[in-house]
Design a protein around this ligand. Structure first.
Ligand SMILES: [Zn+2]
Ligand SMILES: [Zn+2]
Length: 117
């Protein structure tokens, strides 16, 4: 009896919680040098995409850090909570927070996130 079946890789998923700040948003950041200028930083869903900015330094990749982030992106990302139950195992949700879907770090809402296990 030959089946020829090698067995598909079984991918298991678990649902964990993460702070809604990680699910991506657009933030307007005012230019330091020109108060009339406002740039839009898109943080994207953090596990899938890298942040973007509408300023010229991001566009031409000048004065950006080694991750390609301009100062507007750095400002938005550093102000972001970014709690994720898999990455920040030291900060666990209490069962009350888990039920109410509250982030243990910033007190904001959490969203479910599917991860491969
Ligand atoms: Zn920028
Ligand atoms: Zn949070």
């Amino acid at each position: 009896m030959t089946t020829g079946y090698k067995g598909a890789a079984i991918q298991a998923f678990a649902t964990v919680s993460m702070c809604r700040s990680l699910s991506g948003k657009e933030v307007e950041v005012r230019s330091d040098s020109n108060p009339d200028e406002v740039y839009t930083v898109g943080t994207g869903a953090i596990e899938r995409s890298t942040p973007t900015c509408t300023c010229n330094s991001f566009k031409y990749q000048q004065g950006v850090d080694k991750h390609g982030a301009c100062k507007h992106i750095r400002k938005v990302v550093s102000a972001m909570c970014g709690w994720h139950s898999q990455w920040n195992t030291g900060e666990r949700q209490s069962s009350r927070q888990e039920k109410a879907q509250i982030c243990p770090r910033c007190g904001g809402p959490t969203v479910p996130c599917r991860v491969a296990v």
